[in-house]
Design a binder for this molecule. Structure first.
Ligand code: F6R
Length: 253
């Protein structure tokens, strides 16, 4: 597994944005899986800068988000749709019809899972999937469990996840209890994965995810099975990794 380490988060963000921009230039209709959360915000900022300086054009780019809170309308400030608008969509020339995010406020969540699965199936393999990791090892909202669902499904959020995500809401009670998420098969289907982790608080779970057993109790550990997953990590999040281990191809930037 390729491990790209830097002490500078800005350097990592710029590097990732350059990779994404290269992919967008090379493919006619690049398909990119997007994540929300604090981790990718800097990548989106760097991408917006590349767009503003004319280095990348999103006209033909298709995006597919990992997840959305169940029960939140698009317009809710804490919905992942609003997050994407704030951090990327409002600042670049992505076409509305090319943006795919599960709908959180719908009469039938089950139907929404089927609809989103269908969209992913039509898209085929994404070119790049951006991923962060939860403190409990979740990817998308695939929470640790005795078994994992391969395709888009409704998930009950753990109390830890609700607590960790509560700063985006006015109180813990307002954090939805459920979400719609892409399943692990859909995530692993991507041609390449850009897996990012930042900060000391992610160091323990990154050790488990990358060097521990592959287990549904740490969904991110399944990324060890992906043939083209590159980890972008700052020195703090990498502090517990055995970087000399030959499972890694390490590059310092
Ligand atoms: C976001 C997502 C989550 C986050 C994870 C880490 O769409 O699916 O898996 O990547 O919760 O969040 P941050 O980056 O806020 O630490």
């Amino acid at each position: 597994m390729e491990l790209i380490i830097s002490q500078s988060i800005k350097t990592l963000n710029d590097y990732c944005a350059e990779l994404l921009s290269k992919c967008i230039k090379e493919k006619n209709e690049a398909k990119i899986g997007l994540a929300t959360g604090n981790t990718p915000i800097g990548i989106y900022q760097s991408l917006v800068s590349l767009f503003q300086s004319g280095e990348v054009d999103f006209t033909n780019v298709r995006t597919y988000n990992l997840d959305e809170y169940l029960g939140l309308p698009k317009s809710h400030p804490s919905s992942f749709y609003s997050f994407m608008r704030r951090h990327l969509i409002d600042h670049v020339n992505l076409k509305e019809e090319h943006i795919n995010i599960p709908h959180g406020k719908i009469a039938s969540p089950e139907q929404e899972c089927i609809r989103y699965n269908h969209i992913l199936a039509q898209a085929g393999k994404l070119d790049v999937q951006i991923l962060g990791i939860g403190l409990n090892g979740h990817i998308g909202f695939n929470e640790p469990s005795a078994s994992l669902s391969p395709h888009t499904h409704i998930v009950k959020l753990t109390e830890e996840t609700r607590r960790v995500n509560s700063p985006a809401f006015s109180s813990l009670d307002e954090v939805p209890t459920h979400a719609i998420t892409m399943g692990v098969a859909s995530i692993l289907r991507s041609k390449s994965i850009l897996f990012m982790a930042l900060g000391k608080e992610k160091s323990k779970i990154m050790k488990q995810a990358l060097e521990g057993p592959v287990t549904t109790q740490c969904p991110a550990s399944l990324l060890q099975l992906h043939p083209n997953c590159t980890v972008f990590i700052d020195e703090k999040a990498a502090s517990e990794l055995d970087v000399k281990n030959n499972i890694y191809d390490v590059q310092y930037i």
